[in-house]
Design a binder for this molecule. Structure first.
Ligand SMILES: [Zn+2]
Length: 203
């Protein structure tokens, strides 16, 4: 939320942090999208440790060669992010997500899960995403997987919450023992609410 640290990560799950790449989500005037270009998406993905520095460098040169492809991936990413935002926001309010959004989300699931394969590494087997035909979207499968894991989890969905700071709109996964977390961050929205309560008391 803070403007000084553009990559605040408070979601506690990769999919939540991905959704939170818009500051002041629910404000019409202050809303600010962090993904203003493909390089910004790569930069955030590197910060989120979805991409290695080497992968990021490769993607940036690939994007320079194919600017229109990179632009398509950016658009696709933002579309998926907004679908995920609406879905998890509904879930945080204990209402089922919009069917169209779920269908759209599932299109990405079928697209990316096609590239899953079992790999043998250091004597162990792991399930990994193979490079798709469009390497520019390499950052999307792990993000999608984080959302899928959360959706199909047993008791974790009840921990998906929306920050009570208005018009913050950020989502997070509440890891507190008694599920009492209310803000994206105590330093930001939590503090603003405290200050507001203080002044209201004084009036
Ligand atoms: Zn907040």
């Amino acid at each position: 939320m803070s403007e000084t640290n553009p990559y605040m990560m408070v979601g506690e799950r990769l999919c939540m942090d991905f959704i939170n790449t818009v500051s002041w989500r629910e404000s019409t005037e202050k809303r600010r999208d962090w993904f203003t270009s493909y390089p910004k998406l790569v930069d955030w993905s590197t910060h989120a440790e979805v991409l290695t520095i080497q992968q990021a460098q490769d993607l940036l040169s690939e994007a320079e060669e194919n600017p229109s492809k990179a632009e398509d991936v950016l658009k696709q990413t933002i579309k998926l992010r907004e679908v995920m935002y609406r879905m998890f926001k509904s879930i945080s309010k204990k209402t089922p997500p919009n069917e169209q959004d779920l269908a759209c989300f599932n299109e990405s699931v079928s697209h990316f899960y096609r590239s899953l394969q079992v790999i043998r590494e250091n004597g162990k087997y792991t399930l990994k995403f193979k490079q798709t035909d469009n390497p520019l979207d390499t950052m999307l499968p792990p993000i999608l997987q984080s959302a899928v894991n959360l959706l199909v989890s047993k008791n974790e969905l009840e921990r998906v919450k929306q920050c009570e700071g208005d018009p913050c709109g950020w989502l997070f996964f509440d890891t507190s023992r008694n599920k009492s977390r209310r803000w994206c961050s105590m330093a930001d929205c939590g503090n603003r609410a405290k200050v507001r309560r203080f002044y209201e008391k004084g009036k």
